[in-house]
Design a protein around this ligand. Structure first.
Ligand SMILES: C[S@@+](CC[C@H](N)C(=O)[O-])C[C@H]1O[C@@H](n2cnc3c(N)ncnc32)[C@H](O)[C@@H]1O
Length: 403
């Protein structure tokens, strides 16, 4: 999820959310490119499925369940359905799609880790396979032969595309996490597409935003937060102070669960998480009163996740303090935390660029490093078990104290 150009949708005033008892949703998408008839038909089919689930659930579905269906419903959800999601012809661009120098720079860190660890990589959510491709080529170029490369991918469509792109390379796709993995685990822009729960602070306690059948299409509606969500909001307030009435944001309990599952399968090695996000104090800053939930459609960002379900990416930033806490609870060490710009510069991306100064590459590297774009908005976190080596990617610009 990059920061694409501002959407035409960000003009105008928000429409009220009728009957929700919650603040109005942010402006919806208007004047965005039209979807093709086949895509619209698929979206309608997904919408019917979602409305069916709302009915089965008694008339209200929490937003995380809506987001899970919108992104991952078999054959219909955004990531599982066919269609080009990445790159200029898709909805958004990720770092490995922007430039092969991203994967080549990361290979420098991975190669250093291989001095102490078995030469194995496990990548989660490999998208088109671009990162695996560039990382493996650079490792081979650096004399690391053919390390074993495993991919865990939830999307059937993307898995098929990865298999095509990576044909002939030493890659194995796994249907489940291995029982005991030793090596380097990578996840680039995976945590930001895990389903999130939405809350809004109210006078009588937090409300949870979910969806109801708004007459043939899902619409937002709130209800009092359950104990788990209320506890989560209370824990945030204990750290950042009382949030004002009307303050809305997200919580991602799945991120902690995912880190717990990854920790359980990591016998020895390093986990590198790279994603849009902040430490908790910045995430739940009083001025960020509408959270970070964002959708991407044909290179436009907009803020209405209920619009054309299945045709938009839906993302939320990552609370890296929560990730560090989940890692500590699972027995992983916090080995590094910095910005993407620091990570890539520490790994020598500018030297790689100087050695391969294709004009398109310098613009892409600029975007990867720029403070106003991915360089600062995206963070990198290293978690470890039984790895005592240096981490050159985190050598300068360490921000662990900010978590
Ligand atoms: C925003 S894309 C990023 C793709 C790629 N890493 C890149 O940077 O170009 C998110 C990817 O994560 C996958 N994904 C989402 N949840 C996942 C999970 N729990 N386990 C594995 N893959 C997941 C999606 O199918 C998709 O491939």
């Amino acid at each position: 999820m990059p920061a694409p150009p501002a959407s035409p949708s960000s003009a105008g005033s928000p429409a009220p959310a009728p009957g929700s008892g919650l603040p109005p949703a942010r402006p919806g998408p208007r004047a965005l490119p039209e979807a093709e008839p086949a895509a619209l038909a698929r979206s309608r089919q997904l919408q019917e499925l979602i409305l069916g689930r709302i009915a089965q659930a008694g008339g209200w579905l929490p937003f995380d369940e809506y987001m899970r269906l919108a992104l991952y419903a078999p054959g219909l959800g955004y990531y599982d359905a066919a269609g080009s999601k990445f790159g200029p012809g898709g909805d958004f661009v990720t770092a490995p799609e922007l430039s092969p120098l991203f994967g080549r720079a990361l290979a420098v860190q991975v190669a250093q880790a291989f001095e102490q660890l078995p030469a194995q990589v496990l990548e989660f959510g490999a998208g088109t396979g671009a990162l695996a491709h560039d990382l493996l080529s650079e490792l081979q170029r650096r004399g690391h032969g053919a390390p074993r490369y495993f991919i865990v991918e939830v999307s059937a469509d993307l898995r098929a595309r990865q298999q095509q792109r990576l044909a002939g390379l030493p890659v194995t796709w796994l249907d489940a996490l291995p029982e005991a993995f030793e090596g380097v685990i990578l996840a680039n822009e995976v945590l930001d597409v895990l389903p999130v729960r939405l809350f809004v602070c109210g006078a009588g306690g937090p409300q949870e935003r979910g969806v109801v059948d708004g007459g043939g299409a899902p619409r937002f509606a709130g209800r009092p937060a359950d104990e788990e969500l209320a506890r989560g909001v209370a824990a945030i307030e204990a750290e950042v102070g009382t949030l004002p009435e009307g303050y809305g944001s997200e919580l991602c309990p799945l991120a902690a669960a995912w880190i717990g599952a990854v920790a359980a399968c990591l016998r020895r090695g390093l986990v590198l998480l790279i994603d849009y996000g902040f430490p908790r104090r910045e995430y739940y800053h009083p001025q960020r009163a509408m959270g970070t939930l964002m959708c991407h459609y044909r290179q436009h960002a907009h803020a209405d996740p209920l619009w054309l379900p299945g045709l938009n990416d839906i993302t939320a930033h990552v609370d890296f303090s929560a990730c560090a806490a989940a890692a500590a609870a699972a027995g992983l060490g916090l080995a590094g935390y910095t910005s993407q710009a620091h990570l890539l510069m520490n790994c020598g991306i500018l030297d790689l660029l100087a050695a391969d100064p294709a004009p398109a590459q310098s613009g892409a590297v600029q975007r990867l490093l720029s403070e106003a774009e991915m360089g600062e908005l995206v963070k990198a976190m290293a978690l470890s078990r039984g790895y005592e080596g240096e981490l050159l990617g985190f050598a300068r610009g360490d921000r662990r104290h900010r978590l």
